[in-house]
Design a protein around this ligand. Sequence first.
Ligand code: SAM
Length: 193
Amino acid sequence: MGRQDEQIRRHFQDLDRSLFMEDHQEQASVDAAFPIGHGQTISQPSLVLQMTLALDPGPEDRVLEIGTGSGYQTALLAPFVREVCTVERIGELQEKARKRLKELGMDNVRYLEGDGSLGWPQMAPFDRIMVTAAASRIPDVLIEQLAPSGKMVIPVGPPSGQELLLVVKDRQGSISQSVITYVRFVPFVGEYQ
Ligand code: SAM
């Protein structure tokens, strides 16, 4: 295990998940997904950790996150990268997440309320892309917005269950992908549902 992985694991242990939940707070340490309103969920913590480690974030990286949700995944990533640009289609969820992250002093996060299937063209390219909703296929726009040598973690498949993919773009722009594990996420709303 590298030094960075160790630091991420330590931060994961220290981060109080109950801060990202309004209901079910007493169950924050249970390794399960819970509702956060608007039909959305805060993911199971062990999976959020696994996704963060798989993304392999670095201190100079600019990261695009699709699906801010509660902000928990954002809070796990933000201390290990230069900047997180997070997109969420439900404004109320994003406002709550913004407040929580501000209170935690995470000021390297930029917020956009909108459709993540468009990525965030004005801020592209991104060294890392984290998608936390299930897409039917990998959005072309996100491939385009991934920098050379970039990595993306994205669940791809039908609503009943998805492959969590690690997508890697090499220095020449060629794409390869591998399966990290099998997951069940809420749908990516829009063209890629
Ligand atoms: N990472 C979040 C956390 O730690 O709490 C959990 C995210 S939740 C599983 C998925 C989120 O993706 C939801 O908040 C949902 O509204 C958002 N979402 C779904 N489709 C989207 C889209 N097209 N653009 C932006 N956000 C989207």
